[in-house]
Design a protein around this ligand. Sequence first.
Ligand SMILES: [Zn+2]
Length: 277
Amino acid sequence: MSAGYPIDLHTHSTASDGALTPTELIARAAERGVRIQALADHDTLLGVAEAVVEGERRGVRVIPATELNTESEWGDVHVLAYFVDPRDSALEKRLRELRENRALRIEKMVMNLNGLGYPVSFDRVREIARGGSLGRPHLAEALFEAGHVTTYDSAFDTLISKGAPAYVPRVGLAPLEAVALVRERGGVPSLAHPGTAIDLERLLPLLVEKGLAGIECYYPSHTPEFTALCLRLSVRYGLVPTGGSDFHGRGDHGSDLGGVFVPPECIAALETHRSRD
Ligand SMILES: [Zn+2]
């Protein structure tokens, strides 16, 4: 805690499924004393430029990042990609494909919901997303707005989470591909909320072989025991322990910006993994 100010390496804006614009998000972070923040919108870097401008105004260092979600026999494996270049057109092309997959998946869930007697329109879901990378939080909001569920969170529980009737699995990158892609594009990959992966201790060495650099040890839903396990794994595999709030500004998930301890030394440690070209 030596830095004396909060760091948050996992946040979302309206560029994906967060509720605040990049400007609003950074302004809120600044008010909460955050001085270093990664904007890690799903499958997009389109919010980063705006966040950087606000960060410069407010004294918040914004680290460009994106979160790549994968779903496979390993469960939900999400990879945070730090220090990727928002102007990298080859990366943007891959991200655009992933966003198109996301939109198709949400469209299928809308069709399922309509078939199940919970009518929502895909156009309305898109409106709620305001041009952001589409995700289930937008769909949950549409369901809540249409009065099909009593709370935003219950939309997930009853209709659109894994095992619920309208759920459609994700298609796209496999976990090892996600890590490899981040490295290829000069970024620094960290495994987000490792608790959602299946068989973590078998998966981790495979990811490390592909170039995984970090593991998100500090996360709102982690128990002290799970954080301790992640820290032991970080030592075993030489991974940088990272952390963040996963703030979306929707529902009651997670914690507020800067609300999770993040070791200040992890920034420099991540930076040593950046490829210099
Ligand atoms: Zn996230």
